[in-house]
Ligand binder design. Structure first.
Ligand SMILES: Nc1ncnc2c1ncn2[C@@H]1O[C@H](COP(=O)(O)OP(=O)(O)O)[C@@H](O)[C@H]1O
Ligand SMILES: [Mg+2]
Length: 236
């Protein structure tokens, strides 16, 4: 056993569309240990979302090796990948991705309903706990359209943490928010990290990036820098 949560070795991702080959990622070597808050930074199109999809088991690499919690997940079956993803990984997206005809509580509960080991009672407790942490309990019976963008993203974060995942993956989580709501979301991620969450966040905003304890910079599908940030250097 190591304390490594994520171990990527020589990962490469090539997309083939029509006659075009896009080398989205090359020679990616990256380890993430439990409790880290890693920011993935770099210009648009450099491969950030592709990397997050690979880490989140939403997609598979063309070549290379991926170990998640010391298990080789490079070539496991699709249903096993989905099972690990559902239990171990919480996703937060730029566009919130809430389901409009489900209430706030139903949205947060949805990923838990695919886990047979969770009773209805446990699901309800975990939903209440997550909504409480995000100060959204009073909106449990509302629908997404009745909420502001900032509130919708808080619901999406509640959904991501409700299942007690090993890692939270956030792709430009503040991209659709005004600066005040963006700050609030960054504060929430800080506080989740302080409470022990492991976070990997993609952003092209250097200010958000400096909230993390480590910044991995990508350029043209390759890691070009990987720096730990001391408390003194962090953005307030
Ligand atoms: N599903 C896909 N099919 C083909 N090309 C893709 C696909 N997803 C991403 N790409 C290409 O891979 C490169 C990296 O994209 P992406 O990871 O989305 O970058 P970023 O998130 O940093 O903006 C881009 O050139 C993009 O066009
Ligand atoms: Mg992207």
């Amino acid at each position: 056993m190591t304390d490594h949560l994520i171990q990527l070795k020589d990962l490469k991702k090539v997309f083939y569309t029509d006659e075009i080959e896009t080398h989205a990622l090359s020679e990616i070597n990256l380890d993430i240990v439990s409790g880290e808050y890693v920011s993935i930074a770099g210009p648009s199109g450099c491969g950030k979302s592709t990397l997050l999809s690979l880490i989140g088991l939403l997609d598979v690499a063309s070549t290379g090796n991926y170990r998640f919690k010391d298990q080789d997940v490079s070539a496991i079956a699709r249903n096993e990948r989905a099972r690990i993803r559902n239990r171990e990984i919480g996703f937060i997206f730029q566009s919130f991705n809430l389901i409009s005809d489900l209430t706030v509580a139903e949205n947060v509960e949805l990923p838990l309903t695919y886990r047979n080991e969770l009773t209805k009672l446990v699901r309800k407790q975990w939903v209440d706990e997550a909504l409480g942490k995000l100060n959204m309990s009073h909106r449990a019976r509302h629908f997404p359209s009745q909420l502001s963008g900032g509130q919708q993203q808080r619901v999406a974060i509640a959904r991501a943490i409700a299942g007690k995942p090993s890692i939270l993956l956030a792709d430009e989580p503040t991209g659709n928010l005004d600066s005040r709501n963006a700050e609030a979301v960054m504060d929430i991620l800080d506080s989740l990290h302080e409470q022990g969450a492991t976070i990997c966040m993609v952003t092209h905003d250097p200010r958000s990036s400096r909230r993390a304890s480590r910044v991995v910079e990508i350029f043209d599908g390759r890691i070009v820098a990987d720096n730990r940030i001391s408390a003194g250097e962090k953005a307030a």
